[in-house]
Design a protein around this ligand. Structure first.
Ligand SMILES: N[C@@H](CC(=O)c1ccccc1NC=O)C(=O)O
Length: 276
């Protein structure tokens, strides 16, 4: 029986399993953790609390110079897995390029609801904007991967004060939550139709946004490719959009290119930061 766009339940569930396009997702997740640990061992960083809860913390890696751009990374994992400790791997490349870096932690479902998680990310971003001077940064660029792209954009659309960010990079994002709600992913999330619509960036576009860099891997499911295409099309009304499809990248290795200016994504990112 068709559940969504002619997909039966098993097909929809596979479309929203990026792991169905790679041999072993664990390889990438272990690399997030080990490269992040290596970055924290090699670089000076500080953990800050942006709210009262234990999970409301972020890691900040200062640039070695004043008035640097700050790249803020919000991890994916379908709002249910991963942590800021899996998110510091881009720090190494960004710090060598002269940028500062921050990785945001947030609570996970089912302990936290999606509206609560969006609000955590919103407050983390407000905290960074409010402390930019002390942190030695003069502009803030947001990056979200998969669920992290939804979180960054939903936070931005929910709070006009965040319009002060200089740019946003969305990697393999989920921009419409309705098919997610109808898939296995919704088990721990418990989204209803209305909340799914309210937190879907593609349905909430309503005012000009900072420049967007929107990227997807060529090795992704058809639904991730469609989410990307439809968001690019819709967002063009509200922001300058750079659309990048990376033919030999999959859902999980796409973030590794971010801070590598020799890659097409890294080159676009570096241009967006004004670093080249
Ligand atoms: N259950 C998903 C896992 C997943 O989507 C994911 C895992 C780690 C980092 C990012 C992910 N994607 C979206 O947030 C899968 O089977 O592919």
């Amino acid at each position: 029986m068709a559940v969504y766009r002619g997909f039966d339940q098993a097909t929809l569930d596979r479309e929203y399993s990026p792991s169905s396009r790679v041999a072993d997702m664990g390889v990438y997740l272990r690399e997030y953790a080990s490269a992040s640990l290596a970055a924290r061992r090699a670089l000076a960083f500080r953990e800050y609390r942006y709210g009262p809860l234990d999970c409301e913390r972020l890691d900040f890696f200062p640039a070695g110079r004043a008035r640097a751009p700050l790249v803020v990374f919000v991890h994916g994992g379908y709002w249910q897995e991963l942590d800021k400790s899996d998110s510091s791997f881009p720090a190494t490349g960004f710090l060598s390029a002269g940028a500062a870096f921050a990785a945001i932690g947030y609570g996970l479902a089912p302990a936290f609801s999606l509206p609560e998680i969006v609000d955590q990310v919103r407050r983390a971003l407000r905290w960074l904007l409010a402390h930019a001077g002390e942190l030695g940064v003069d502009r803030i660029h947001l990056v979200g991967h998969c669920a992290g792209a939804q979180l960054v954009l939903a936070a931005l659309l929910a709070d006009e004060a965040l319009a002060a960010v200089s740019g946003v990079t969305a990697l393999s994002g989920v921009y419409d939550l309705e098919p997610v709600r109808l898939s296995y992913v919704n088990g721990p999330l418990g989204l209803d139709r209305r909340t799914a619509a309210e937190l879907s960036p593609i349905r909430q576009l309503c005012r000009p946004l900072p420049p967007l860099l929107v990227a997807v891997g060529g090795i992704e499911t058809a639904e991730f490719a469609r989410q990307h295409e439809e968001f690019v099309l819709a967002a063009r009304r509200w922001a300058p959009v750079r659309d990048l499809v990376l033919p030999d990248r999959n859902h999980f290795d796409i973030p590794f290119d971010l801070a590598d200016p020799a890659s097409p994504l890294g080159a676009a990112q570096s241009r967006a930061l004004g670093l080249q």
